[in-house]
Design a protein around this ligand. Structure first.
Ligand code: BG6
Length: 365
């Protein structure tokens, strides 16, 4: 049942190229994203939305954080992201022209369902992104965009997250075309790059050795840092959560430029820092932040784009991801972080697939 893998988590990490491919399948025609088979929104419906709220929990919330950057960039519609357990109680501004996107692998998370019902009651349209046909989200949302990741057994979510990202890209590109905020050539370029992701994810999975070695080197630590800017910050939040959930190593995920306004004092000699630097527009800024932690003796794993000659100069070890557009790096960049969490958990002898105190789907508030 584990298909030759030691754990479901590893199997599911390796299923990501397929999960991405399946989530893309049938939704791009002649180089154009077409969700008209999935969604019954009319063009007029889509044009009416003046704000979008992503609402979710845990890893799905982290997908929502990526969703904010992606959808705002492509559509220029303001986007907010909330954890579902907070959303309902903060009196969010919801009007009939608000689109609420709930993201839930299981489609059964109690906090997410409660937030979804509240949003509907307040008159919003709800789009559900879920992995389970017939789940409460699938049944109750006004519109549903399925992720086709297949069953996810390991408690720590991997392929569901990457598939959620793909669903978000698809929706962002679809909406952008209707609202006319991106040029046809920008959309075509992004759509082409999207189609390359399954093959690139495969490439990314070919040689896990360097990340396994780094994971073993951090296994004796109790604290470490992840840093990144822009989309990389959203990705390190997920990487940090994954590591905490299954290896029980504490970590903080900082927006790299914020460290100096906060806990830079905790960067001491030998502390591991994982620095994501895939975002070309802020690359130089990121390198300055890396130098700040290097000066304090951190042991740095840099994660950058293939072909990048610069990053290696300021970090101790480098792992690269295949080149893609800045907007599309998250599903590739998260893979080494998932593997890092996995191998660290294995090295520490923990129950990878069933970490303590966590459930796959939390159906109570
Ligand atoms: C948590 C799980 O309780 O629920 C996380 O442990 C998951 O892994 C979160 O991301 C949200 O779950 P779902 O099914 O709503 O995506």
């Amino acid at each position: 049942e584990k298909g030759g893998y030691d754990h479901f988590m590893l199997k599911e990490i390796y299923e990501q190229p397929k999960a991405i491919r399946d989530t893309l399948a049938g939704r791009i025609k002649d180089g154009i994203v077409d969700l008209s088979q999935d969604l019954s929104f009319t063009k007029e419906d889509l044009k009416r939305f003046d704000k979008i709220h992503f609402v979710a929990c845990g890893t799905a919330y982290h997908a929502g954080l990526i969703g904010k950057s992606v959808v705002e960039k492509l559509t220029r519609i303001p986007v907010e992201v909330d954890v579902a357990s907070e959303y309902r109680y903060r009196d969010p501004i919801i009007t009939p022209s608000t689109l609420v996107i709930v993201v839930s692998q299981s489609g059964e998370t109690a906090d997410t369902l409660a937030a979804m019902r509240e949003a509907k009651k307040a008159g919003a349209k709800v789009l559900g992104i879920t992995n389970v046909v017939g789940s409460s989200v699938a049944r109750e949302a006004d519109e549903v965009l399925m992720t086709w990741a297949g069953p996810e057994i390991a408690v720590a979510s991997t392929k569901a997250y990457t598939s959620q990202l793909i669903a978000i890209y698809l929706f962002g590109l679809y909406l952008a075309r209707v609202v006319g905020t991106s040029t046809e050539s920008q959309l075509a370029e992004a759509t082409r790059a999207l189609l390359e992701l399954p093959g690139q994810a495969e490439e990314q999975l070919e040689n896990p050795e360097p990340i396994r070695r780094f994971a073993e080197s951090i296994a004796k630590h109790e604290d470490l840092f992840f840093i990144g800017r822009g989309l990389d910050h959203a990705v390190v939040l997920e990487g940090s959560l994954k590591l905490k959930e299954i290896s029980y190593i504490h970590s903080d995920a900082y927006a790299a430029g914020e460290l100096k306004h906060g806990t830079l004092a905790l960067i001491e000699e030998g502390i591991p820092v994982i620095a994501l630097a895939t975002q070309q527009p802020v690359f130089d800024k990121m390198v300055s932040n890396i130098i700040e932690v290097k000066a304090r003796g951190a042991h740095i794993l840099g994660l950058g784009l293939e072909g990048d000659q610069e990053l290696g100069k300021s970090v101790d070890e480098v792992i690269t991801i295949p080149k893609t557009l800045p907007l599309l790096t998250p599903p590739l960049a998260v893979i080494p972080l998932q593997l890092l969490a996995y191998y660290a958990s294995v090295a520490r002898g923990h129950n990878v697939d069933k970490p303590r105190n966590l459930a796959k789907s939390v159906t109570v508030e």
